[in-house]
Write a protein that binds this ligand. Structure first.
Ligand code: RIB
Length: 291
């Protein structure tokens, strides 16, 4: 089975800073680390490291061929990543001493993914496959509609959160992942409780409080505890969680097993500085029980 991921690919410039900068402040960073990122790329790497075949659908500029190569080195199928005449997306990420971050994005090629390449990629799928996307690319709703029509299990990770973007894909979704604050914003925007939305499976991540899985049709509203760790860098932990959940489901595990595995993967990720380049593999996650 394949996970098709319509997702962003960024060059991440990660600055370690004593605190997140305020308005008008000039701040000296302790260090700079540059690597592969983007919520989409992070999810693809996580799912590939968790054991799945992942076909990434995206775009980079001529300056980003290294990113495509790196995804391939991490086990991701990169045949549906277009090389276009728009610069590759990038992110400026400030990470403070408590591991919290503030991210500035320039979308670049992520907002110019050719529709024909999306259609061509999805035409190769089967009804046993999963489609996932996030809110960092163009064509999210069009792609979700095609994937739904073709019978994929369609998942949306609602980050960066925008209620209107969620509304556009909502009719096609089987699976929605979002955090607690985003769930409250979506409830307000739609005037509907999160557990009454017309999506088969919903996961609400709760940070250090764990995560909640809702499958209203089956009468399930289940809580999963987080694993306590000392955070070094929380960037990419949510993406790692999503990639691991999808991979586990793709490999036939139950949602409970998928969430337990993903919780461990995200906790381990929080102890590492960086994004796609430091996402743990399945062996590391299975050996990890907290620090
Ligand atoms: O979720 C973390 C990611 O958000 C980073 O890798 C950055 O590129 C942005 O997309």
């Amino acid at each position: 089975m394949t996970i098709f991921n319509l997702g962003s690919i960024n060059a991440d410039h990660v600055y370690r800073v004593p605190h997140l900068p305020g308005a008008g402040e000039t701040l000296a960073a302790h260090s700079l680390q540059t690597g592969l990122g983007g919520k989409g790329a992070n999810m693809s790497v996580a799912a590939a490291r968790a054991g799945s075949h992942v076909a990434h659908i995206g775009a980079v500029g001529k300056d980003g061929l290294w990113a495509r190569d790196r995804l391939m080195e991490y086990g991701v199928d990169t045949r549906h990543i277009s090389s276009i005449d728009t610069p590759t997306g990038h992110a400026i990420i400030n990470v403070d001493d408590a591991g919290e971050n503030a991210i500035t994005l320039l979308s670049g090629a992520n907002q110019a993914i050719p529709i024909a390449s999306i259609e061509q990629a999805l035409s190769l799928g089967t009804t046993a496959d999963i489609f996932v996307t996030q809110n960092e690319t163009n064509a999210q709703a069009d792609a979700a509609k095609i994937a739904s029509t073709l019978g994929f299990r369609v998942c949306y990770a609602a980050a960066p959160f925008d209620a209107q973007a969620v509304e556009r894909v909502l009719p096609y979704l089987d699976f929605l992942i979002l955090n607690e604050v985003e769930a409250a914003q979506l409830e307000a925007a739609l005037s509907t409780r999160i557990d009454a939305m017309d999506v088969t499976d919903i996961i609400v991540t709760l940070g250090s409080k764990g995560a909640r899985w809702i499958n209203a049709g089956a009468g399930i509203d289940q809580h999963f505890d987080a694993i306590n760790v000392t955070p070094v860098d929380t960037t990419g932990a949510g993406d790692t969680f999503t990639g691991y959940v999808l991979s586990a489901l793709d490999r036939g595990l139950s949602m409970g097993q998928a969430m337990s595995l993903a919780t461990r993967a995200a906790a381990l990720m929080v102890t590492r500085m960086g994004t796609a380049d430091v996402i743990p593999d399945l062996k590391e996650v299975e050996a990890f029980s907290g620090v």
